[in-house]
Design a protein around this ligand. Structure first.
Ligand code: NAD
Ligand code: LMR
Length: 339
């Protein structure tokens, strides 16, 4: 199917040695928070992507070292590191895509919303700079709580007069990556062939995997589907607890972020039928932002796709997630309006 095609194509560049820059257009990708737990492996994976010609690595500190290290890899892109706010403008200028994994991660016992007080301000200041230095860039928001940081970004861009709803994405790809892995394990099917959408948002019950639409089909029991759903919803917490105070998912997130950015690059380059799930401005439900399948194109979002058929369990999950997701969205909007 369409989703599988773009996903597997996205994964394949990681193992490809060298690259054929051929006719691929120049593309600048900026990573904000590039010295962090996600930022470093994500920078590595973006350095391996032959669609990138310029890789800009920004953090408040530590990026000269990360950039020097990554820059020695013999692939297409030129790598430059930028450290400190006075260099943020240069890091962003001319960017086609800005990926944001800047901010604090969870520790055991915390919810993603517990990160709001610190990360909301970080996201707001980074988005203010994006509006100034690269207002046309696609923004891939990884910083949590995604359900609130995406609405914050939208408000910042609206205030600056640069908001384009087609260019703002909350990265929910890790939920899809997890759902595919867990489903393949239970269904005993080839994980590389698995495809399914994950919709809603990116926190707890707002993460709604649609296993009824999973392919290849498998005859899983209701109990197995409930267990798979819960494991997907709690996937982040599973990693937070296993890391026992040392942070949250970084390596699987870097992979998911690199796959999603690759899909965005392909869309920008005019590759047809690139479809991935992301948290975007949406009319799919009554909520102003919602994650669903999105067709990516030359201007970012080309089409927000509908949910497709849901079974009763998924319909219940959809209704149950709406109040929490709406309140996280409203919290983000309120913060951006008041600060
Ligand atoms: P980390 O602490 O290892 O790294 C964060 C980096 O951000 C640090 O290098 C820090 O210096 C930098 N930073 C802080 N303020 C900044 C600013 N104003 N400008 C630029 N950089 C700044 O954390 P991490 O494990 O990499 O996680 C980062 C964020 O990603 C967290 O909020 C985490 O919850 C989130 N996350 C999201 C997903 C997802 O699926 N969307 C998955 C995993 C983690
Ligand atoms: C994840 O899903 O792994 C991230 O959102 C990090 C977290 O806090 O769980």
């Amino acid at each position: 199917s369409i989703v599988r095609r773009s996903s597997t194509a996205g994964a394949s560049y990681v193992s490809r040695r060298g690259f054929a820059s051929g006719s691929a257009p120049e593309r600048k990708v900026a990573v904000l928070g590039a010295a962090g737990g996600i930022g470093q492996p994500l920078s590595l994976l973006m350095k391996l992507n032959p669609l990138v010609s310029s890789l800009s690595l920004y953090d408040i500190a530590g990026t000269p070292g990360v950039a020097a290290d990554v820059s020695h890899i013999n692939t297409r892109s030129e790598v430059v590191g930028f450290a400190g706010e006075e260099q943020l403008g240069k890091a962003l200028e001319g960017a086609d895509i800005v990926i944001i994994p800047a901010g604090v991660p969870r520790k055991p016992g915390m919810t993603r919303d517990d990160l709001f007080n610190i990360n909301a301000g970080i996201v707001k200041s980074l988005c203010t700079a994006i509006a100034k230095y690269c207002p046309n860039a696609l923004v891939n928001m990884i910083s949590n709580p995604v359900n609130s940081t995406v609405p914050i970004a939208a408000e910042v861009f609206k205030k600056a007069g640069t908001y384009d709803e087609k260019k703002l994405f909350g990265v929910t790809m890790l939920d899809v990556v997890r759902a595919k892995t867990f489903y393949a394990g239970k269904a005993k099917v080839n994980v590389a062939e698995v495809n399914l959408p994950v919709v809603g948002g990116h926190a707890g019950i707002t993460i709604l995997p649609l296993f009824s639409q999973a392919t290849p089909k498998a005859n899983l029991s209701n109990e197995e589907i409930v267990a798979l759903t819960k494991r997907t919803q709690d996937g982040g917490t599973e990693v937070v607890e296993a890391k026992a105070g040392k942070g949250s998912a970084t390596l699987s997130m870097a992979y998911a972020g690199a796959i999603f950015a690759d899909a965005c690059l392909k869309g920008l380059n005019g590759v047809p039928d690139v479809v991935e799930c992301a948290f975007v401005q949406s009319n799919v439900t009554e909520l102003p932002f919602f994650a669903s399948k999105v067709r990516l194109g030359k201007n970012g979002v080309e089409e927000v796709l509908g949910l497709g058929p849901l079974n009763d369990y998924e319909k219940q999950g959809l209704e149950a997630l709406k109040p929490e997701l709406l309140s996280s969205i409203e919290k983000g909007i309120k913060f951006a309006k008041e600060n």
